[in-house]
Design a binder for this molecule. Structure first.
Ligand code: 13P
Length: 336
């Protein structure tokens, strides 16, 4: 696949004022989300919920792409239209989660490494045929006493680089996601330090594996205090620290950076993105690839009455897309 082709997809993913909706929860993760609001995690409910999200009227106004799960990319609306076809009609690029999740890293208590490289080439080939044009792989970096270790960081960077090279070989844009987890009592400076080391390691590995940055998207976590640190960082501080960290580590040739929400409230996720874009221009577009911060309100509403609240839940998805789309331009007004 030519680099021009990959670069074109990557640029479309971060088109001005647009971002990604992550709906690629594994069946285990979506069960947790459904349990939280009292919905039975049946295949039909998972399908119906993803249909609600993907058929949100005018979703494509603010959404450039959606990340799907293996089950979801094979599903269709109730009337039989494949989800990928619905997306194409709305100008939403299909993406696919291809990692198989984090597993404990042997010999390193508290640390994990993401699995899923075995057989990946064949899976990517199939996903391309099914319509996917980008793929996501999430590495998980935990902060705690004496962790992360260099070994865990390198193991995860190596896996990300091998996945990214395979994606490009098969014509898919890799969205590389090294998530520094918010849980923990660490302060914002520790989060900065870890994120900086992780990103340096990642871009070193991508270089070693001949990954073309022009056809790659970074999905980053923000630099933020640990959830149990008791520290309250202002929106401006999170924005400034995150920007400093990205500028120190991410090559300017990368077409774009999108953020995960990672457990931040809807408001915080939008406010942080907006503040970063107000402080621009930057070497790359900064946008969003939120899961929870795009869906939580809609899921809650839908769970209360699947029929009566259907349209209302879709309006909530649209409102979150619009708010985050505006934040990707630095034009969001709180309460608008
Ligand atoms: P959250 O925005 O809920 O963190 O999900 C984004 C994602 O895709 C994590 O891999």
């Amino acid at each position: 696949m030519s680099i021009e082709h990959l670069a074109e997809t990557a640029l479309a993913m971060v088109a001005p004022g647009k971002g990604i909706i992550a709906i690629d929860e594994s069946n285990t993760t979506i069960k947790k989300r459904f349990d939280g609001v009292g919905i039975d995690c049946s295949e039909e409910n998972r399908r119906a919920y993803r249909e609600l999200l993907l058929t949100t009227p005018n979703l494509g106004d603010y959404i450039s792409g959606a990340i799907l799960y293996d089950e979801t990319i094979r599903q269709a609306t109730k009337d039989g239209t494949p989800f990928t076809q619905v997306m194409a009609a709305n100008g939403v690029i299909p993406g696919i989660k291809v990692d198989k999740g984090p597993q404990p890293l042997a010999g390193f208590p508290g640390e994990v490494v993401t699995e899923g490289l075995d057989g990946l080439r064949a899976r990517l080939e199939e996903y391309y045929r099914l319509g996917a044009r980008f793929a996501k792989w999430r590495a998980v970096i935990n902060i705690g006493d004496d962790i992360p270790t260099g070994t865990a960081i390198e193991a995860n960077s190596h896996a990300l680089a091998r996945y990214a090279a395979l994606c490009q070989e098969q014509g898919l844009v890799p969205m590389v996601e090294p998530e520094v987890i918010m849980d923990g009592s660490h302060d914002i400076d520790m989060c900065y330090e870890v994120t900086e080391v992780v990103l340096r390691s990642l871009f070193g590995s991508l270089y070693e594996h001949n990954v073309m940055l022009e056809g790659t998207i970074l999905k980053a976590s923000m630099v933020i205090p640990g959830t149990t640190s008791g520290e309250n960082a202002s929106v401006e501080e999170v924005a400034a620290m995150t920007l400093r960290c990205l500028r120190a580590t991410v090559p300017a040739s990368l077409p774009g950076i999108v953020f995960l929400s990672g457990g931040q409230s809807d408001h915080d996720a939008t406010a942080h993105l907006n503040a970063m874009n107000m402080a621009g221009p930057h070497p790359w577009p900064l946008s969003f690839s939120y899961g929870r911060a795009m869906q939580s309100a809609a899921l809650k509403l839908w769970s209360q009455d699947m029929q009566a609240n259907y349209a209302g839940a879709q309006q909530t998805v649209f409102a979150r897309a619009r708010d985050n789309g505006l934040a990707a331009l630095g034009q969001w007004q709180p309460g608008s």
